[in-house]
Design a protein around this ligand. Structure first.
Ligand SMILES: [Zn+2]
Length: 263
C-alpha cells in the first residue's frame, strides 16, 4: 500500500502511540526502528538488500542513495493504534509506505507475513527513491510483483488462479480504468490483482512489452506525468489486450505443471 504525502503541508496532531524506537539497525540503504531486537543479519533484512538489486536489475533503474526507514511495531494492535491516530483516514492495511520530501517510510508490524509485507513496501521505497512519481496502479503492480519470494520470479499463484477463473467467467482487463485510479481507497483487491497481472505481462510476454514498461519507467525518472502507459502499450502492440488475456490464462498451466513436478 502506498501513500505519498508532501511534508509540511498540514499540522500533525500529537499521536498517543509512539513510533518504535527501542532498537535501531541501519545500513547504507535501510534504517530499521523497531520495538523488538533483530540481529543485523536477520534473513528478512538481508533479503531486502538483494531485493534492491533485483528491482534495479529487472527495471533498469539507477540505484539511489536515499535510504528507506522501516518502522517495525512489535504487534498489530500497537501498529493499528499508531496508524489510526496519525493517518485516521487510511483504510486498515497490514503495512503502509509513506513517501514525503523528508523520508521514505514503511510502517508495519512483526507478523506472519512480514517478509512479503516488507518486500512490498520496500519496493515502493526503492521506486520512490529513483523516480519523480509513480502512477498508483503501477506502484502497486510492481510492489505486488516484487513481494513474491517463491519461484518463478514474480509469480503470485493465488492471483494467477483467480485471474484464470475470472477470465473464464467473462471478466475483461482494462488498463485505462486502472490508470484512472488515484487514491488508496480506489484500489480494491481485484485492482491489485489486475495491476500485478499487467506488470507480469509486460515483463514476461515479449521484448516489446518489456521495452514499453522499461522506457516508461525511464521517463518517470525525470517526468512525473509521462502520459498513459496503456496508450504506449497499444501503440507498440496493437493486440495488447488479447495478448494479455492469453498470457494471464496461460499462467495457471505453469502452476499446475510446477506442482505436479514437486509432488
Ligand atoms: Zn502497496
Amino acid at each position: 500500500m502506498v501513500l505519498v504525502l508532501l511534508a509540511g503541508c498540514r499540522t500533525v496532531a500529537p499521536v498517543p502511540v509512539g513510533l518504535p524506537k527501542q532498537h535501531a539497525l541501519e545500513n547504507e540503504h535501510l534504517l530499521v526502528r523497531s520495538d523488538l531486537k533483530l540481529p543485523k543479519d536477520h534473513p528478512v533484512l538481508r533479503d531486502l538488500d538483494s531485493l534492491r538489486d533485483q528491482i534495479a536489475d529487472e527495471l533498469n533503474l539507477p540505484l539511489q542513495k536515499q535510504p528507506v526507514t522501516v518502522y517495525l511495531f512489535s504487534d498489530e494492535v500497537r501498529y493499528a493504534q499508531y496508524l489510526q491516530a496519525r493517518y485516521p483516514l487510511l483504510p486498515p492495511r497490514r503495512a503502509y509506505f509513506v513517501g514525503t520530501s523528508k523520508e521514505l517510510a514503511v510502517y508495519t508490524f512483526w507478523g506472519e507475513r512480514i517478509q512479503e509485507d516488507l518486500r512490498h513496501e520496500y519496493t515502493h521505497g526503492v521506486l520512490h527513491a529513483s523516480l519523480t512519481d509513480v502512477p498508483l496502479w503501477l506502484d502497486e503492480g510492481l510492489a505486488e510483483y516484487f513481494e513474491v519470494t517463491s519461484q518463478p520470479t514474480g509469480m503470485n499463484r493465488d492471483y494467477a488462479m483467480r485471474l484464470a477463473s475470472n477470465l473464464s467467467q467473462g471478466w475483461k482487463p482494462d488498463l485505462d480504468r486502472l490508470e484512472s485510479l488515484e487514491t488508496v481507497d480506489d484500489m480494491q483487491k481485484a485492482d491489485y490483482q489486475e495491476a500485478w497481472a499487467w506488470v507480469h505481462f509486460m515483463l514476461h510476454h515479449s521484448e516489446e512489452s518489456r521495452g514499453v514498461l522499461i522506457s516508461y519507467l525511464h521517463d518517470l525518472r525525470t517526468n512525473a506525468k509521462p502520459g498513459s502507459l496503456a496508450t504506449r502499450l497499444r501503440t507498440a502492440i496493437p493486440s495488447a489486450n488479447s495478448r494479455f488475456i492469453a498470457h494471464a490464462a496461460s499462467l495457471t498451466s505453469g502452476i499446475q505443471q510446477a506442482s505436479s513436478f514437486s509432488n
